[in-house]
Design a protein around this ligand. Sequence first.
Ligand code: GTP
Length: 362
Amino acid sequence: MKAVILVGGKATRLEPLTVNTPKAMVPVLNTPFLEQVIHLLSRHQVKEMVMAQGHLAQPIEGYFGDGSRFGVRLYYSIEDSPLGSAGAAKNAEKYLDGTFLVVNGDIVTDLDITAMTDFHEQRKAKVTIAVVGVDDPTSFGLVDSDGLGRVTRFLEKPKPEEVTTNMINAGAWLVEPDVLARIPTRAQFSFERDLFPQLLVQGDPVYAYPLSGYWMDMGTPEKYLQLHRDLLSGRSRQYAPAENIPAGARTAIHPTAEVSGQVMLGADCSIGPRVKLTGPVVIGDGCSIGEGCLIEDSVIWQKTVLGPGVSLKGCIVADNCRMSAGSSGEGVVMGDRVTVANNRKLETYRKIWPGTTIEGES
Ligand code: GTP
């Protein structure tokens, strides 16, 4: 079976992290997010995948190439302008034959694709939608189904008074190939808003497969941090927390540094004297953490330099940032190449755009 992985879209909710980095390349536990999706599919014998992508496509192809490094075969299908989820699958039609899987490129899940495929075949479904229970379905696609799992209603972003179940579209669908004939060519078309409702009106067999285990969509910075907390505390089968601190090659941790909780360090990092890392903390390759820094519940990407005494809590810091001595932030999301002057407290900032310089206070 082949898969279409949706990696286009605008990714506005993850800004400023996604201004210069496609969502699929945003690091999760120090590897591009998409790598986790590829490994999940590959473990379920889905070895051929089409990347349906739009703007910022080049970094994805540059990193993943033909997929051989990951034991899979990758194809690339580029949209001039975003075509929506179904338009993107239609655009990839030439690579598809037989039943195929469509996956949102921004979910981390323990979904058992093998069991879902058996379910799809047994029900002779036209489409099977993986569903998961959430506390508040209003920002997702609500999926109502009967006792046998047949979908009776699909409602994208329901109003609170329309919520009749907590089961939502988990962003993974098995699709029969003849469905492609119902999608217009090179036009905006959505599985969720257009195709699923149409199939239901026409009485086609659409089924809901309830997934068990972990599921998270990485739609916002808050969810991105939560995903790291969850993975590092072992809530997903996709990652087994290590007993020792996982650290990449040539990373040096000063003997007076204190590390507690789950912490992951990339390669070529330097962790200075009396630094306190209070997990969950993830630090990417080539970072330098100066003397006495306090870092808690934060994710730092690559090649960022923190001067002495910098303090971060609940923050995401993208590539190549510089924070000078004594500066601090809580709950801040920093794009790449941000510079922060000495002793600046970033309390008033929630999001800092790439390339911004925050000067010292006079
Ligand atoms: P927001 O603007 O932050 O909502 O993000 P998004 O544009 O990525 O939208 P959303 O989270 O709804 O998308 C779910 C998945 O579908 C993500 O993996 C997107 O990369 C992908 N996606 C959304 N729209 C398109 C599209 O038009 N084409 C392709 N190829 N993928 C898409």
